[in-house]
Design a protein around this ligand. Structure first.
Ligand code: ATP
Length: 346
């Protein structure tokens, strides 16, 4: 294979995207910045954001409200112009050539806003295929309907579908364009548990069998944890972390233990546990027999752990068990954001 060979054209309308070297990631974001002038002064929504996404990966975009996720997505889709920096999709600069770049990306925006509610699911898919320059033969549409679990509702107008089904219709309209990059903004927002599970399962299946590259923004950690290879966490417009899900979980793995004892602890003992050993959470059951304490295990190492056990023994309670707490992505996210905010709040 020739190194740095340009990637073959994927546009079905016959135009080719600017030649992207094979060595170049499918999406490259470099020093992206967006400021808005408001009555209160300048707001920086996206502040020097850089990252790259390799072909065939699924990357999560996380962040608290106002972190800059939607603005970043709008910049990538060419819906707004950056104040600084660049974004290249499949070798095309989004700001210089928004129309050409848009041929390489399809987006499912929050709340299924991109589908036409008066048209049937099938008509919507056909319409989006055509505007994406794709052939919309019935077999292909049927396959897609089957994939997203809407085969039996294909000829119903979208406005007669449940919210979860509307999201699936929107997903089908996004996928039918067969763009190399797919952006999903809050794909499970507002769905009930079952619909969210089904949509997640569908996205996972597509991820497993497709070589699509996906950027997915979500507040739903289960979506991110079950789908993504990597997570980019934004906070105050900047990249706070850009790691694999495994690395993020490892950051906090085995750093907390839960000690369960039977009996009540006095306030003095609780104060000792907090001050000497950094106990961070207390739960007592109604019958007053079991007390669970969560400690930051980095503070409870070696001899300190035996000292802690001695304090509990001397408190008149009976030792029950010790377990190591495994963090989930939500824990990691909240702790990273909390750590980042702490200096400013103090
Ligand atoms: P959420 O999770 O709440 O959707 P987000 O991470 O998507 O948040 P953005 O919508 O990108 O965040 O907003 C980032 C910041 O930019 C916020 O402080 C927001 O108020 C500000 N902002 C976004 N759009 C505009 C605009 N058109 N004019 C002024 N400020 C804006």
């Amino acid at each position: 294979m020739v190194a740095n060979e340009p990637v073959l054209d994927r546009q079905s309308d016959g135009t080719r995207s600017a030649a992207r070297d094979r060595s170049e990631p499918l999406l490259t974001v470099d020093g992206l910045e967006k400021t808005y002038e408001t009555d209160a002064g300048m707001t920086t929504a996206v502040d020097d954001v850089s990252f790259a996404i390799e072909e065939g990966t699924i990357v999560g975009l996380l962040g608290p409200n106002g972190a800059g996720k939607t603005t970043t997505i709008k910049l990538l889709l060419g819906l707004i112009r950056p104040t600084g920096g660049t974004a290249r999709i499949d070798g095309v600069d989004v700001t210089e050539s928004p129309a050409a770049a848009s041929r390489s990306v399809a987006a499912m925006l929050e709340g299924a806003r991109n589908v036409y509610w008066r048209l049937t699911v099938r008509e919507n898919i056909r319409f989006f295929a055509r505007i994406g320059g794709q052939r919309a033969d019935s077999d292909r549409i049927d396959r897609l309907l089957e994939q997203v679990g809407l085969a039996d509702r294909a000829d119903d107008p979208v406005n007669e579908l449940s919210r979860g089904m509307k999201q699936k219709a929107s997903l089908a309209c996004t996928l039918v364009r067969e763009t190399p990059l797919v952006v999903l903004d809050e794909p499970t927002l507002g769905l009930d548990v079952e619909s969210s599970f089904e949509l997640r399962r569908e996205l996972r299946r597509l991820a497993d069998q497709n070589e699509r590259t996906v950027l997915v923004s979500s507040h739903d950690m289960q979506v991110i944890e079950s789908l993504c290879n990597r997570v980019i966490i934004l906070n105050d417009g900047s990249v706070l972390a850009d790691e694999t899900v495994e690395t993020l979980l490892d950051l906090f793995r085995t750093r907390a233990v839960r000690v369960t004892v039977t009996g009540w602890l006095s306030n003095d003992v609780k104060t000792t546990l907090t001050e000497r050993f950094g106990a961070t959470a207390w739960t007592s059951r109604d019958d007053g027999t079991t007390v669970t304490h969560r400690f930051d295990a980095t503070r409870v190492q070696g001899n300190e752990f035996y000292e802690l056990m001695a304090v509990l023994r001397n408190s008149g309670t009976t030792f029950g068990s010790v377990e190591t707490l495994e963090p989930d992505l939500e824990d990691v996210f909240l702790r990273l954001i909390e750590t980042e905010r702490r200096p400013a709040d103090d």
